[in-house]
Design a protein around this ligand. Structure first.
Ligand SMILES: NC(=O)c1ccc[n+]([C@@H]2O[C@H](COP(=O)([O-])OP(=O)(O)OC[C@H]3O[C@@H](n4cnc5c(N)ncnc54)[C@H](O)[C@@H]3O)[C@@H](O)[C@H]2O)c1
Length: 435
């Protein structure tokens, strides 16, 4: 199958490489010239474990190519995925300008039947808008299908190659057959392609992310209460998660969710509710809890040292919004660091992969430095704050940390360390919802 992917970001690049791996001929297009240059020079513009091998292998086999020439991509592909960004607007609703710009380009350049698949996360009704836009600009036949993406950054290659489900929204038999052909090899072991109507498919993506965000905010609120009453949220989580109706995943307390999806998708769903006369009260609360949670470590420090943190040196470990990605979009670390320097503290931060992106976002702030490694970050620090739970932070050399720190305070924003051990070593340890 000849496939075009318009938008070669986290989603489009993984999708394109994954589809090429199963034998399709894929061209990934983007308007970002630098991104395409990096890819054509053999590089990868993002950090995603396993993606470089996948891209290289398929490029070498001639099944995967990159271009800024979207018109040619449109002329050469039968199935075209739209995987561009849908960032939040001021009122929280999703900005569809990039999706609709793609639709116009596709319409202007198609020369026969095309299946246009909307992979970007878009509000209910967007595929109708894409269809209307295509109809306005072309007389050639087409179908528009919804096919939301469920990959997790950091594990995206696995999610692409072994999806737990593929959701497709379409009312066209031809589109259904094409999507079955494109995705057939990915579901051979039994995980389903779930075909449904377009609106239900669009809604499934938002409902899934909203549910996951809800679990996080729910557990963070429970952790806040555990802190006050002397219960241990990790034990509570184990006890709750053993109930199969609840399940144990996505119940970790911490410093809140970030990333390019949960914050914007929860806001967009709230906006959709508002536009349709329904207050999304649960999701409003989910957002509110999360906004507070991002400042939890700052609040804990203020509770110990007072509101003026002038002269306090903070080491921050982990900047990406989660481990195994370089993505800093809506990362809790940004809020933590802003909160600290806003109260006069100085920060020395380290992340194994996201340093370049972090510099772009944080370097305008006063009293923020970036360290070469995690131990350089704690040099002379009064407090160590763990914000992102990268694997290499799980078993650090705490003797060395102690030697290099000036103070003894450790704030563990992801509950990855054992409180008793840290206390034995002479640290004052505070986690999230741990006695
Ligand atoms: N990142 C994730 O983990 C994830 C997971 C599931 C769904 N999604 C959704 O997928 C969509 C894409 O997300 P992403 O993280 O890949 O975004 P991204 O910002 O990494 O990539 C989007 C790309 O689209 C390109 N682009 C914009 N307008 C274009 C146009 N007119 N023609 C060609 N290219 C254009 C941009 O230059 C950019 O490279 C969003 O709707 C997002 O919500 C993302």
């Amino acid at each position: 199958m000849k496939v075009g992917v318009v938008g070669t970001g986290y989603v489009g690049l993984v999708l394109g490489a994954g589809l090429a791996e199963s034998g399709n001929h894929v061209v990934c297009g983007d308007i970002d010239v630098r991104k395409i240059e990096v890819l054509n020079a053999g590089g990868i513009p993002i950090y995603e474990p396993g993606l470089d091998d996948l891209v290289e292998r398929n490029r070498a086999k001639g099944r995967l190519a990159f271009t800024t020439d979207i018109p040619t991509l449109v002329r050469e592909a039968t199935v075209i995925f739209i995987a561009v960004g849908t960032p939040p607007q001021e009122d929280g609703s999703a900005d569809l300008q990039h999706v609709l710009a793609c639709a116009r380009t596709i319409a202007a350049n198609m020369d026969g039947y095309r299946l246009v698949v909307v992979k970007s996360t878009v509000p209910v009704g967007t595929c109708d808008k894409v269809r209307a836009c295509l109809a306005q600009h072309t007389t050639h036949p087409f179908d528009v299908a919804s096919n939301p993406e469920f990959l997790k950054e950091g594990d995206a290659v696995h999610d692409m190659m072994k999806p737990d489900r593929i959701v497709c929204g379409t009312d066209s038999e031809r589109a259904r057959e094409l999507l079955t052909e494109v995705y057939g090899t990915f579901v051979r072991t039994g995980n389903p392609i779930l075909f449904m109507d377009v609106r239900s498919s669009e809604m499934t993506k938002y409902a899934s992310n909203a549910m996951l965000a809800t679990r996080i905010s729910f557990m963070n609120e429970i952790a806040g209460l555990c802190d006050r009453i002397g219960a241990d949220v990790d034990k509570v989580r184990a006890g709750m998660g053993a109930d199969p109706r609840i399940g144990s995943r996505f119940l970790f307390a911490g410093v809140g969710y970030g990333g390019s999806c949960f914050p914007k998708d929860v806001k967009a769903l709230v906006a959709t509710g508002r536009e349709n006369g329904l207050a999304m009260r649960v999701l409003d609360a989910v957002e509110e809890v999360n906004a507070d949670q991002k400042l939890l470590l700052v609040d804990k420090l203020v509770a110990l040292l007072g509101p003026d943190l002038s002269g306090v040196h903070c080491a921050v470990w982990g900047l990406a919004f989660k481990p195994n990605t370089d993505d800093m979009r809506e990362a809790p670390a940004t809020e933590v660091i802003r909160g600290l320097v806003g109260r006069g503290a100085s920060v020395r931060a380290y992340d194994p992969i996201a340093m370049d992106n972090a510099r772009g976002i944080l370097s305008g702030l006063p009293r923020v430095e970036f360290a070469e490694d995690e131990y350089a970050a704690v040099d002379g620090a009064d407090v160590l704050m763990l914000v992102t739970e990268w694997g290499e932070f799980r078993q650090p050399d705490f003797d060395l940390v102690k030697e290099r720190m000036r103070g003894r305070l450790v704030l563990d924003g992801r509950n990855i360390w054992t409180p008793a051990r840290l206390r034995e070593l002479g640290f004052t340890y505070l986690g999230v919802g741990r006695p």
